[in-house]
Design a protein around this ligand. Structure first.
Ligand SMILES: [Zn+2]
Length: 211
């Protein structure tokens, strides 16, 4: 368990150093036994210790004396409960993904790399107050058939089969968001057809099998 906690801390610090989330915003978790280990509430990532990482059960129970989980632990719980393939989750308030999310819009297939999130586009979950079950529901809806989504007026979330991959996907979503914003400055970008995106998605699947 200590090793997993150390991995969470390493990647939490990377939220800051790779400019995915400033100070203490965002959160990271890894599935563990009948629940998950998650970053705590309100602590700066730079000062995190392994004892600060909190275990939350899939039923949403945690021991108060051992620490308070991130106030956004509910959507982590709901993703682990509903997405069997999710082993690690990265949630970030990264600048460009957040900027797109404040327009309550997702990202269409303006670039084939949008397929990295698992589908034809990257959806934007409807806004609800942070840390609520309503927000959780909206996020699950936007994650249907996807591994990442934007969250309106808030940020982005990505999950994968391990933490390095989830972190990379969150970085990819941030990069795609920047490219999308840049492309919009020149007008409306040309969107790839559904057929072309189907080809890309099947190639991405096979590529995964090869590796
Ligand atoms: Zn957040």
């Amino acid at each position: 368990m200590r090793k997993i906690k150390a991995e969470i801390i390493k990647y939490s610090k990377m939220l800051n150093s790779r400019k995915l989330s400033a100070l203490r915003s965002g959160n990271i978790s890894i599935r563990y036994k009948e629940g998950f280990l998650i970053t705590p509430s309100g602590k700066k990532y730079s000062s995190l210790k392994t004892k600060d990482i909190v275990f939350v059960s899939l039923e949403g129970k945690f021991d108060n004396k051992k620490g308070i989980p991130s106030s956004e632990w509910q959507f982590h719980q709901d993703i682990y409960k509903n997405k069997k393939e999710a082993e690690a989750i990265v949630h970030a308030h990264s600048t460009n993904a957040t900027a797109v999310s404040t327009h309550k819009r997702g990202i269409p297939s303006f670039h084939y790399m949008v397929a990295m999130a698992g589908g034809q586009d990257i959806k934007c979950a409807k806004y609800a107050t942070f840390g609520t079950r309503d927000l959780s529901k909206n996020i699950l809806k936007a994650l249907k058939g996807r591994k990442a989504c934007l969250i309106a007026n808030h940020g982005q979330i990505a999950f994968e089969e391990n933490l390095p991959k989830a972190f990379e996907l969150a970085e990819e979503v941030e990069n795609i968001s920047l490219q999308y914003i840049t492309s919009l400055k020149l007008g409306k970008p040309k969107i790839l057809s559904k057929n072309e995106m189907k080809k890309v998605l099947s190639k991405a699947k096979n590529y995964k099998k090869d590796n």
